[in-house]
Design a protein around this ligand. Structure first.
Ligand code: ZN
Length: 319
């Protein structure tokens, strides 16, 4: 993939790339955006383009590209939390490595993933390096929670904001990766425009089966007497409450869209959504309440039954 082909960000990144090549750039880039929005992919693509030795960067076939893709380029340093956090020792080891002359004559590139996991002392150690930039080193800090970073770190970086794509753009990106169009549209809708989440979901056949069980369970609700059976259908999925509630929440939002005449995210499910007897906003309320109840130690079966009783009592638009 070429940088210019990166959906949503290609032009901006091409500009940044030209600045880097012309030597006009702050030496730290902070990529901020939700999980799955392309921050890490872009940082890696950008890095590969910087180390690539050919004219059309990144070429993917030159020795430098191959070393990068194999994770063995000596001038590319990736730091990610191995445990809960990234500690000061890991940052010091990185700084030591950056102090050596770059092997391939260009510059060092450090990629710090999940930068919000840097401990305060690790951030302070990093700050010293960011405050006295040297020309042969460039940093990428990647995070979905920039509020966890010291403001002094943020102010040393040029921030690039990533967001989820539109569902249509996301589907196009997925098609570009060889996923057939109907499936791409379905995945993009379920992931609400997040390429990363869509790709995670794509490989997860289990998730599709779970999603289908959850939606079928919702569709079975008509009267109070249906609650026990509908809830029991999800009993075996204990431990996946979060995923089930995510499915329900997206279903609720799409019901609300369809019931107000708008287009749902999950366009492939439009006729099923239109046939639903559940009121979208009642379901959404139920999901939010269930999340709260789970957070305060109500068991999943109880939270689910509460939600279903509320829905059959007052959350149906028709029976
Ligand atoms: Zn190359």
């Amino acid at each position: 993939m070429k940088i210019s082909e990166f959906a949503g960000y290609g032009d901006k990144m091409e500009q940044l790339m030209r600045s880097v090549q012309a030597g006009r750039i702050v030496h730290a880039l902070l990529f901020v955006g939700p999980h799955g929005s392309g921050k890490r992919t872009m940082a890696r693509l950008f890095t590969q383009a910087m180390v690539c030795a050919s004219e059309r960067r990144p070429c993917g076939v030159c020795p430098a590209c191959k070393r990068f893709l194999a994770g063995s380029h000596p001038d590319v340093h990736t730091v990610r939390p191995e445990k809960k956090s990234i500690g000061v020792d890991e940052v010091r080891a990185l700084i030591d490595a950056l102090a050596l002359r770059p092997y391939e004559g260009g510059r060092h590139i450090a990629i710090i993933e999940q930068a919000e996991k840097l401990t305060p002392s690790a951030q302070n150690a990093l700050l010293k390096t960011l405050e006295s930039p040297s020309g042969d080193c460039m940093f990428f800090l990647i995070t979905d929670a920039p509020g966890a970073l010291l403001s002094t770190i943020v102010s040393r970086c040029q921030t690039v904001r990533f967001s989820d794509l539109s569902v249509e753009e996301c589907a196009r990106v997925l098609e570009g990766r060889g996923i057939e169009p109907a499936r791409a549209a379905q995945l993009a809708g379920m992931a609400q425009g997040s390429v990363g989440r869509a790709l995670e979901t794509d490989g997860d056949g289990d998730f599709h089966a779970l999603r289908e069980r959850v939606i079928a369970s919702l569709e079975a609700l008509r009267v109070r007497a249906d609650v026990a059976g509908a809830a029991a259908a999800l009993e075996e999925d204990k431990g996946r409450e979060g995923e089930m509630l995510d499915v329900m929440e997206l279903w609720a939002r799409d019901l609300m869209a369809v019931q107000s005449g708008a287009a749902p995210y999950q366009a492939a499910e439009t006729s099923r959504l239109q046939r639903s007897k559940l009121d979208g906003s009642a379901l959404l309320k139920g999901v939010l309440l269930a999340r709260m109840q789970l957070g305060s130690n109500v068991s999943w079966p109880n939270a689910l039954e509460n939600m279903y009783f509320n829905l059959t009592d007052s959350g149906l638009i028709r029976r």
